[in-house]
Design a binder for this molecule. Structure first.
Ligand code: AMP
Length: 266
């Protein structure tokens, strides 16, 4: 992970600025070292299989900020058999999006947790223009209610990969049932088939990582998520990176894009 200046310290005019939208009254804020760049709130976008989850895990480990994956939250609800999980499962298995109201509420609740103070990586949300507009309004209203400081806006990075490569990535994907580490049986297999290298837990094949569901998920991405890219792009809060490179190179490209966005005043 490159060692970059903190956002607030690298931009003089914004010195001292924190992620005011998300400051918890009760949580003590422990500042990161001065040479540690903090990217603020980040949205990772990209078609199914581009590597959003893998990249979110790298960024989370490097910056010590949480990954918020709406897909993971939904799958957790399915595993626990909640009403929300039961409502979402059929749609997810068919590769369709869950209604905006459900995911917005989930994200709103997650953003009340104190661990988001220094920023967070949103993985797979917002996926529709309605969600993006809800999130912008939610972050602004939360900022007013809380410390009254300047809002560090959400910036979006889209990971781009040729569609032909995505199907192989999707069907080969396996995920640790415990730590959520992501493998691929073709390009990044575990040492022992079906077992996580890190904690020995069984690996899972997502029920929507099939060719049929992939086709539907691509349709949803191309029609519903494309306007989200335009939304952030129009506001100068968007960069695109080439996701066909090695995982570490994609991570470096994302870090560089984040630094550029923050230095440009986003
Ligand atoms: P993911 O793990 O991000 O690939 O998401 C898996 C599935 O969860 C998607 O295909 C959708 O059915 C559902 N999902 C995840 N995030 C969202 C979202 N922001 N809006 C609507 N549905 C979502």
């Amino acid at each position: 992970m490159a060692s970059l200046p903190r956002v607030a310290e690298s931009a003089g005019a914004r010195a001292g600025r924190k992620v005011a939208t998300l400051t918890s009254d009760s949580a003590e804020h422990i500042p990161a070292p001065a040479d540690h760049f903090l990217p603020g709130p980040v949205l990772l976008l990209g078609a199914p299989g581009v590597g959003k989850g893998t990249q979110a895990q790298s960024l989370m480990a490097g910056y010590k900020i949480p990954q918020i994956s709406t897909g993971d939250i939904l799958r957790d609800n399915i595993a626990r058999g909640t009403d929300l999980g039961r409502a979402a499962k059929g749609l997810m298995d068919q590769g369709q999006l869950v209604p905006d109201g459900i995911v917005n509420d989930m994200v709103g609740a997650r953003l009340t947790q104190p661990d988001v103070d220094d920023g967070y990586i949103l993985d797979g949300y917002p996926r529709t223009l309605g969600q993006a507009e809800w999130l912008d309004a939610h972050l602004s209203s939360t900022a007013v209610k809380r410390s009254g400081g300047t809002v560090v806006p959400l910036v979006a990075v889209n990971i781009r990969v040729d569609e032909n490569e995505l199907l192989r990535r999707i069907t080969g994907r396996r995920i640790c049932s415990a730590c959520k580490h992501i493998y691929n049986i073709y390009s990044k297999p575990p040492k022992h088939e079906g077992i996580c290298d890190l904690d020995g837990s069984p690996l899972l094949h997502r029920s929507d990582d099939t060719e049929a569901a992939f086709t539907e998920r691509m349709k949803a991405y191309n029609t519903l998520t494309a306007p989200v890219i335009e939304h952030y792009s129009k506001q100068g809060r968007f960069r695109e990176v080439d996701g066909a490179q090695a995982v570490e190179q994609v991570t470096a490209a994302i870090e560089s894009a984040l630094k550029q966005l923050r230095q440009a005043g986003a």
